[in-house]
Write a protein that binds this ligand. Structure first.
Ligand code: HEM
Length: 487
């Protein structure tokens, strides 16, 4: 598209302090959030350089939305997705536009509300078991604990039934290696990425082992195709009725890519959301007390159940506000497939565009006191928030697991606050570790017991066979989450 009234992307102002050769790589590696926030004065867009290549960062909510909604032109791609693709191939989250709609149709049934009700039962039980495994006075490695919780819950909803503890541990360790390597690999030039360093060997080994574990699970499932009422069964059985090329089902390689996509996409993001939520509750005891009061009223001494979700309004707002302050996907990239115009600027095919929920969520002209944790700002939130609140993205590529994650996070938070009071350790403010996600790695919190464990809340309870509990609900929407994120 050529329009003489538009300017070229080269005319977009360059962010200050670009180094010769390196561009902005150093401030981006040293303190990415400070660097991103230093760009909030640019109202529409700003250019950032990484070595010889440059990308345009979109700072305006309406332009961000235009990019999300036109996924044919502003396609998945760019440095983040190139690295993620190394691990999960062309799964739903990384595939380019021509492959996307078929995959989305095949994956969508796995996240249907009727399935969510069954997953909710697993989440509630896994969370109660995790909360039941701690002792009064414990100092938790919160991120590690939330990772084991969401890994277990994701594995059980995906692959029903108890996986051997050793397999679970191996997946957890390999996932941790992979996700912590993503960001550094993304920022490292291609030549250096190929050097046979110890870190690269660890990363390659973890990647190969995790893929082999998932392939093994899929092979077992193919050999026993009965409906296990879990996510993998739905994927194996999914049929694309609109297929035009005869490929109506996912083959083994595609299944492995999707399973890895859900596994990696689902468990780390939800774990760090929960860790940040617990951090915010520990540092805001008034909100924590109100949440405990809500929990007492809703549970009334009974067991946590997905049917409680519509009554857990404050827990839901806490999760919403946590995702505003600490959106795990703090930055996303897109590649312009063909010459296009955006906000009066002409982009050439091949250009890279950067979107940042973190930047939008903390802009003072969009949110009052943007750095303050205030779950009640969502009490009467207007629909126009949709353009400025994008923790799950938007448009056709919006997170397919948003309701899955919200259901899991709200139930887990409720189960934890019901049993434990959380307080900070030390008086130093805790800072995010910026990786591909906004990581809470290293966060520690102290626990004080509010009430003792119920019989059956023990950790081993979650390892019971799950196929009985992961049954599709007969009541559509039974687990409908009180938080709805519009498109
Ligand atoms: C709090 C938790 C989560 C957050 C913050 C989150 C965030 C996101 C974001 C921002 C995107 C869009 C990325 C882009 O447009 O570039 C996305 C896509 C995706 N997410 Fe999530 N996610 C979460 C949980 C999950 C879960 C639990 C699953 C699966 C079990 C999942 C699977 C996916 C998939 C498959 C996509 C790609 C969708 C597509 O392209 O059609 N996510 N997620």
């Amino acid at each position: 598209m050529t329009d003489t009234s538009t300017a070229s992307a080269g005319s977009v102002p360059l962010a200050p302090r670009a180094w010769p050769l390196l561009g902005h790589a150093l401030p981006l590696l040293r303190d990415p959030l400070a660097f991103i926030m230093s760009l909030s004065g640019y109202r529409e867009m700003v250019r950032v350089r990484l070595g010889p290549s440059s990308a345009v960062m979109i700072c305006d909510p309406d332009l961000t939305r235009q990019v999300f909604l036109n996924d044919r032109t502003f396609d998945k791609g760019g440095p983040i997705y190139d690295r993620i693709r190394e691990v999960i191939g062309d799964g739903l989250s990384t595939c380019a536009y021509p492959l996307h709609r078929r995959q989305r149709r095949l994956c969508q049934p796995s996240f249907h509300p009727t399935r969510l009700a069954g997953y909710g039962t697993v989440f509630a039980r896994a969370a109660a078991a995790k909360a039941g495994s701690w002792r009064d006075g414990d100092v938790l490695d919160v991120t590690q604990e939330m990772m084991t919780l969401t890994t277990r819950a994701t594995m059980e909803t995906m692959f029903s039934g108890a996986l051997p503890a050793e397999t679970m541990q191996r997946c957890l360790a390999d996932t941790a290696v992979i996700v912590s390597a993503f960001f550094r690999r993304m920022m490292t030039p291609a030549l250096l990425r190929r050097l046979p360093t110890r870190q690269k060997r660890r990363y390659d080994d973890a990647r190969t082992r995790l893929a082999a574990t998932i392939a093994e699970i899929i092979a077992e499932r193919r050999a026993d195709p009965t409906d296990h009422a879990d996510l993998l069964s739905t994927l194996v059985a999914a049929v694309d009725e609109e297929s035009e090329d005869g490929r109506r089902q996912l083959n083994d390689a595609e299944l492995a890519d999707e399973a890895l996509t859900f596994f990696l996409g689902g468990m780390e993001t939800t774990a760090i959301t929960l860790a940040w939520a617990l951090h915010l509750l520990a540092t805001n005891p008034d909100v924590q007390h109100r949440l405990k009061a809500e929990t007492d009223q809703v549970l009334a001494g009974g067991k946590l159940d997905p049917a409680h979700l519509p009554s857990l309004g404050l827990a839901s707002r806490v999760v919403t506000e946590t995702l505003r302050l600490y959106p795990p996907a703090w930055m996303m990239t897109r590649v312009v497939r063909e010459d296009a115009e955006l906000g009066g600027v002409r982009f050439k095919g091949g250009s890279t565009i950067v979107l940042s929920p973190y930047l939008l969520h903390r802009r003072a002209d969009l949110y009052d006191e943007p750095d303050r944790f205030d779950p009640d700002r969502w009490l009467d939130a207007q629909p126009d928030r949709r353009a400025t609140y994008i923790p799950f993205g938007a448009g056709a590529r919006k997170c397919i697991g948003d309701q899955f994650a919200l259901t899991e996070a709200i139930l887990a938070l409720t189960a934890i606050v019901d049993r434990w009071e959380l307080s900070p350790v030390g008086d130093q403010p805790f800072q995010p570790k910026v990786e591909t996600s906004l990581s809470s790695r290293g966060l520690r919190l102290r626990l004080t017991e509010r009430r003792s464990a119920d019989p059956g809340d023990a950790e081993h309870a979650a390892a019971a066979p799950l196929s009985a509990s992961v049954q599709p609900s007969t009541q559509p929407g039974a687990a409908a989450c009180p938080v709805k994120h519009g498109k």
